[in-house]
Design a protein around this ligand. Structure first.
Ligand code: SF4
Length: 662
């Protein structure tokens, strides 16, 4: 189902599903991408349940790392994988069970040290888990039925009673009709098995809802891609060197082995990659290794087996010491052992230089990882940018019989005006050949921002182009307090900064990347955002991986070029301006700085050339704060987006338009 933001997708899916699930004894598993969506869905589901006079228990799941009160302040556990954290937790739960059965006291013994304080992490077991074992599940279920607790509230409730939020959720799951969870809980095979076990059902009794489903194909490809970053090999070498190097059976030392692997990745990247990545011819990495170190594939397997065993022991040792059970040597050895098995038409083996030097077996086939959805009783996939629906259906292998609903926008047409500037483009060929093209884009963006009296988001196709345009002159012409998205900014810092930007009356411009975190996820910006500028058409970069994906889709479902180039660009365009128009009261201008915009006219209703943006802006926005100072002047500078700047008489009376809600 493709339907505009704010059109009521959740209620349209959940209301009938609740009735169906209750009648059939099914459970609704609602998959989301972000915590904000989880909160939203839990609130809406509770309201729907009450309105239907069917109050239901709705539970929200979160990863263990976010809900482990015992180890949350342990710096050595920061960044642990779910598996690593799971092992630490299992040991503590076992110790707690043994202690409660009276078999073995918790070590160190429960004695108060002289200063009267004990560090709970020094105990073998987990007091938060012990409290869960004695929790009143019946009473809690009724509390949650009357009033569902979104994640933060649930965690607060648990903290107040010293209950482990993660373990308590697991125990309450059999009583929940609706379970809201991040994608990983369903698509990681091991986690899914555990989840169904906790819920006490199998896929046949699950009605699945996938929100923001346009993310799913890429999420599944990422999930099944196998990568070996050069950095991991370096860490593996350091790990061995730190604990004492050793000789591999009839072979080199372990550190020498890792040095050779690292050099092979580096040399392949240097020799083959011009920009981001390059396809690896079959066997070329293995040959590079064997050429440098001698031996054959059997000996290589023996050495990798030895390294994996060494790493396994290290993990066990660390686990016994209650430290993170991690070994880089083990990870690298296991990845290299699986490498030859990934010679399959469903993978493209590449060497990458950006974003980091690595070997990758890039998963081409998202349908394989999507298959468990077909084992569910039903699945509903929805987003405001799911179109083209055929592409989504084919890529995930959902089958030709699957019904598709494309709900057109029903917001007043005049609320959003689409214009484009044909004097610039981000066509890579032109950027390469014309040295003036980037400064020209910088100038255009600056002129557009001058003409807009509202908070404006500017989206570039890539971080790299954004950097170049800023350096080519945009940086010095930005209005005060701009917010610029950086690829490596941690997500929590990003949203904190965005909140600051939204509430700062002096911050008018936000710069990000189409298809990036800001373009996809500015949370409820409708009251703050009045214009969106798209710098160029956000076609994905034509990397070796993307080319391989296009060829794979051509072979499997057809339309490879369209599905890997036009469809994602169309989606990124919709996503960018969808941040602004989320209800019938929202208004805004969408300005596309690229002459290729008319080829997307289908998704940009009423698209027209930009003409005089100052005039358009006056007419569209009417009386706005930033115009006030200029109105006091008798003349103002009029910016002609065709390239000229002129001094013209000021319009003393702003055009008669409705004041948009800001
Ligand atoms: S039971 Fe809960 S609090 Fe205790 S270690 Fe496991 S996740 Fe952490």
């Amino acid at each position: 189902m493709n339907a505009p933001s704010g059109s009521g997708k959740t209620v349209a899916a959940v209301a009938p599903l609740l009735e169906h699930a209750e009648a059939a004894g099914h459970r609704i598993l609602y998959l989301v991408r972000t915590r904000a969506q989880e909160i939203q869905v839990m609130r809406e589901t509770a309201t729907i349940g009450h309105r239907l006079e069917r109050p239901v228990v709705t539970l929200g799941l979160e990863g263990r790392s976010k809900r482990c009160f015992l180890l949350e302040n342990d710096p050595t556990v920061k960044g642990a994988t779910a598996e690593e954290h799971g092992k630490l937790c299992v040991d503590r739960k076992r110790a707690t069970d043994r202690a409660l059965r009276g078999e073995q006291p918790l070590a160190p013994p429960r004695e108060f040290p002289e200063d009267g304080e004990i560090d709970l992490t020094d105990l073998d077991g987990c007091p938060y888990y012990a409290r869960v074992l004695g929790a009143d599940l019946e009473g809690l279920t009724e509390t949650l039925r009357a009033r569902p607790a979104p994640p933060a509230e649930f965690e607060k409730l648990c903290r107040a009673d010293n209950l482990c939020a993660y373990e308590l959720t697991k125990r309450l799951l059999p009583r929940a009709r609706v379970v809201v969870a991040p994608y990983a809980f369903f698509f990681h095979p091991h986690v899914r098995r555990s989840l169904f076990g906790w819920m006490g059902c199998d896929g046949a009794a699950v009605d699945l809802v996938i929100d923001e489903a346009h993310n799913l194909p890429e999420y599944l490809r990422d999930l099944t891609t196998v990568a070996l970053p050069e950095e991991s090999v370096r860490r593996a070498r350091d790990e061995v060197a730190e604990r004492g190097d050793f000789q591999l059976p009839n072979g080199p030392s372990a550190t020498r082995f890792f040095d050779v692997v690292r050099a092979a990745i580096e040399e392949l990247a240097q020799a083959m990659v011009r920009e981001d990545d390059a396809l690896l011819p079959p066997g070329v990495f293995e040959e590079a290794l064997q050429g440098a170190i001698g031996g054959n594939s059997q000996r290589l397997d023996t050495w990798l087996g030895a390294l994996a065993t060494w790493g396994e022991h290290l993990k066990e040792e660390r686990r016994k010491e209650r430290r993170l059970p991690r070994s880089w040597a083990h990870t690298v050895a296991i990845t290299l052992l699986s490498w030859p098995k990934l010679d399959s038409p469903r993978y493209a083996k590449v060497v990458t230089r950006r974003p980091r030097p690595a070997l990758e077996a890039f998963a081409l086939d998202a349908s394989e990882a999507a298959r468990p959805m077909l084992d569910c009783h039903l699945s509903v996939h929805m987003s405001s940018t799911l179109s083209p629906l055929e592409e989504y259906r084919d890529t995930l292998g959902l089958g030709g019989h699957c019904p598709m609903v494309d709900v057109p926008s029903f917001y007043p047409r005049g609320n959003c005006r689409y214009v484009y500037d044909g004097s610039v483009t981000t066509d890579p060929e032109e950027l390469r050949e014309d040295a003036r093209s980037i400064p020209r884009i910088a100038d255009r963006v600056a002129r557009v921002l001058e003409a807009l009296p509202v908070k404006t988001a500017v989206f570039f196709p890539t971080f790299e182009l954004m950097r170049q345009v800023l350096e080519a002159g945009l940086q010095s012409q930005l209005p005060s307090n701009p917010f610029v998205e950086y690829a490596r900014l941690p997500t929590s810092d990003l949203w904190r900064s965005v909140e600051g930007w939204k509430s700062d009356p002096h911050s008018s411009v936000l710069l990000g990347v189409a298809g990036g975190r800001l373009a996809e996820g500015i949370d409820r910006p409708d009251e703050e955002l009045g214009a969106v500028v798209l710098v160029g058409i956000p076609y994905p970069k034509l990397t070796a991986k993307r080319r391989a994906l296009g060829e794979f889709l051509d072979r499997s479902v057809g339309h490879g070029a369209e599905y890997t180039s036009r469809a994602p660009a169309e989606r990124a365009i919709r996503q960018a301006f969808g941040r602004m128009i989320r209800s019938e009261d929202d208004r805004g201008l969408v300005i596309i700085l690229d002459r290729r915009a008319p080829s997307f006219a289908e998704v940009l209703p009423g698209l027209e050339p930009i003409g005089d943006l100052t005039r358009l802006s006056h007419d569209f926005y009417g009386r706005r704060a930033r115009w006030a100072s200029s109105r006091e002047r008798s003349i103002e500078e009029t910016i002609d987006l065709a390239g000229r700047r002129s001094i013209a008489e000021t319009d003393t009376e702003p055009a008669e338009t409705d004041e948009p809600r800001l």
